[in-house]
Design a protein around this ligand. Structure first.
Ligand code: AQP
Length: 327
């Protein structure tokens, strides 16, 4: 069975970009692959986090993973900080990664832009991500389009390591869907929907209320035209909303165009509100039940045991191949 690894940071609220680009796809993979899904809390501290919020967000994300349909009996769900091998392998890989490679990372450039100081953790983030993936002998990594470059550096580092120290790591392939891998911000469809965007109407969070969802969609930037047509270049706002409609509502782009021909954006947006609210309602209901059930801690403990077992094998192999004394 092929192995899958992916992670989401417990930073802020999870939005429908994270859901469509990543988490929803995790659910689709769980029946056919051996899946490890991680809450990458160590990644989240590359930018400042309020400790109380980090704690809450980590447990809430675990509950959300289960609420969207991830079954802990089929997949391994765990917290990155519960598996020390991630930090240890990251160090071994850092000593085999070049500054020139990290200097090219666009996410680092974007996140450090305009800041007086940034942490070295933000700079070496892609190496920790490579360690996350390589520790599980991962074949596939389902991620959104923004992680493409990080996957490329992961592959480069793994190939170099194998060449230098002998076959150690499986070379992973990204699983980036052709459609929906980059959900755009509602207030500016030229930028990706992002947790760190301070405008609350730029995104729809999975736990948003119906009235907030309605406001955000009705305010979403479209264009001065009124035709509901999929044309990413000339109509990025409408095309983004159509993508969300298609993925959550199940209607093809062509059928959406036909349905709203001559009706304008108002009717289209009104129906989209309903589709999003109805899609999120069962997730929100299940989320509350899971969060109050005491199940989350048990699942994370069990997940950490399995993750430690698998990752330690790969870590040990890497250490032996590098020449460390391992008893
Ligand atoms: N807009 C998006 N469309 C599709 N996929 C997305 N992802 C993120 N944004 C979009 C995917 O979600 C997964 C988890 O992301 P993350 O928690 O690791 O952090 P992120 O990608 O940095 O999330 P944000 O929302 O963009 O946070 P900030 O504001 O900090 O940059 C990943 O698979 C990601 O590709």
């Amino acid at each position: 069975m092929k192995r899958v690894f992916s992670g989401v940071q417990p930073t802020s609220q999870i939005h429908i970009g994270n859901y469509i680009g990543a988490i929803k796809r995790f659910v689709d993979l769980q029946d056919d692959m051996d899946c490890f899904f991680c809450i990458v809390d160590l990644h989240s501290i590359t930018v400042p986090q309020d400790p109380k919020k980090l704690y809450e967000n980590s447990l809430q994300l675990a509950a959300l993973y289960m609420a969207v349909g991830l079954d802990p009996n089929k997949v391994t769900l765990f917290l990155q900080s519960h598996v020390p091998a991630h930090s240890e392998l990251a160090w071994l890989l850092q000593c085999n990664t070049y500054m020139g490679e990290l200097n090219r990372m666009t996410q680092f450039k974007e996140k450090s832009k305009g800041k007086d100081t940034v942490t070295t953790g933000l700079y070496t983030y892609p190496v920790l991500m490579a360690a996350d993936i390589l520790l599980y002998g991962t074949d596939y990594v389902p991620v959104g389009n923004d992680q493409k470059q990080h996957l490329e550096i992961c592959r480069d580092v793994a190939l170099r390591f194998n060449k230098k120290f002998g076959e150690t790591f499986v070379i992973p392939d990204p699983l980036i869907s052709k459609f929906g891998a980059r959900i755009m911000a509602l207030d500016d469809p030229t930028k990706k929907m992002s947790k760190s965007n301070e405008n609350k109407h730029s995104k729809i969070n999975l736990l948003d209320t119906p009235s907030k969802i309605k406001k955000s969609i009705m305010k979403a930037i479209t264009d001065s035209d009124s035709e509901v047509r999929y044309d990413v270049e000339n109509k990025p706002g409408v095309s983004n909303l159509m993508t969300i409609y298609n993925i959550l509502g199940g209607l093809s782009l062509e059928d959406i165009e036909n349905k709203y021909a001559g009706l304008g954006y108002g009717a289209f947006k009104k129906d989209l509100v309903e589709i999003v609210v109805l899609s999120l309602e069962p997730i929100q209901k299940k989320y509350e039940e899971i969060l109050n059930s005491g199940e989350v801690e048990k699942v994370l403990k069990k997940g950490a045991e399995k993750a430690n077992e698998v990752s330690n094998e790969f870590l040990e192999k890497a250490k032996i191949n590098m020449g460390f004394v391992v008893f």
